[in-house]
Design a protein around this ligand. Sequence first.
Ligand SMILES: Cc1cc2nc3c(=O)[nH]c(=O)nc-3n(C[C@H](O)[C@H](O)[C@H](O)COP(=O)(O)O)c2cc1C
Length: 374
Amino acid sequence: MCAVEDLTHTSFRKLSHLAICLKENIEANSSNFLKDFRLVPRAICDLDLDEIDTSTTIFGKHLAMPLMAAAMTGGHPEVRPINEIIAQVAQKSCIAMGVGSQRAALEKKIPYISESFQIVRELAPNILLIGNLGAAQFGKEWCFGKQEVQEAIDLIQADALAVHVNPAQELTQIEGDTCFHGFFDRVTEIAGQVKTPVLLKEVGSGMSREDASRVQGSHLAGIDVGGLGGTSWVAVEALRALEKQDRLHHEFGRTFWDWGIPTALSVVETRSVMDKVIIATGGVRNGLEAAQLLALGADCVGMALPFLKAAHQGMNEVEFLVQKFQLELKAAMLLTGCRTIADLRKIPIVVTGIGREWLLARGIDMTMPWRAKK
Ligand SMILES: Cc1cc2nc3c(=O)[nH]c(=O)nc-3n(C[C@H](O)[C@H](O)[C@H](O)COP(=O)(O)O)c2cc1C
């Protein structure tokens, strides 16, 4: 064990976030809006469950199914077992994984902190592994640059690096960084200088068409929409503020608890203007929802909270989660007449309710012309 005084505030905050996620209800009250995007059932599907192929390739890496255990943790010796369990299942099931923010490892070069990230690559040598840093660290008041990005990539031999943008979370966090000036230009400049793909990632408030247009015209390789409808990071910070008896941040968090673009709408918004990689996290809870998001234009889906809860129970629960996801995805594909993931992009989708109103209000073509192209 390392000396407590060696650990940074970032490390301790990570631990308290994890505890809140495990014991409190920190999900958005808003849904992910997938209920408004219906896949059309095909009773006469002419398929055998055994021939359904869920495999795909992202950033040059083969995946048995388009699923990622989304960025969560690392940075404290006590969270290392969670990364160990998820990494072993990811390797065995050939799915992707993201590590949590590597800021703690770059702030202080303490072996215990670095190892809690490095263990993932050790246990999962073949998977698509995505590193993670925060946008706030690239803003005016911080000095992260190409060197830190390369260090984060090298630490875990990452295949890609996600830079998380989380303004709503930072605003709710008691000690949040609230200056995001200049980070986009800095991150995109660095993205053009490193060989590894760099993407932008939200953490539960989603990304818009306007955001995606900027990514499309940049050196960035894609987006993780991190949409509304699952874990709400405003909620996590609001509850942490309550624990710390900070009434202002707690009540502020109550106001913005459901801030953001629901995941389904965020995928449609971003895909309507961007042909780069799209990962869909934010309230994805099963393989049927994954089929809907892939049909709308995502390349891969990610789940965070379900992996955390399963890992807390042990390896068998994580294996069950992945097994159930794949069966549900295969079933959804069979029931819509799709043999491959690419086929999902061609099937009809009926847009109803508020989802329909949203697309109309935003002037997004309801026929989703990008779908037929792939
Ligand atoms: C415990 C926990 C820790 C997280 N830490 C990070 C992080 O360090 N970096 C990041 O980009 N996203 C982080 N996230 C956000 C997730 O990657 C994901 O985008 C978000 O939780 C929505 O997915 P979900 O509804 O399946 O949880 C974290 C999520 C959870 C639950």
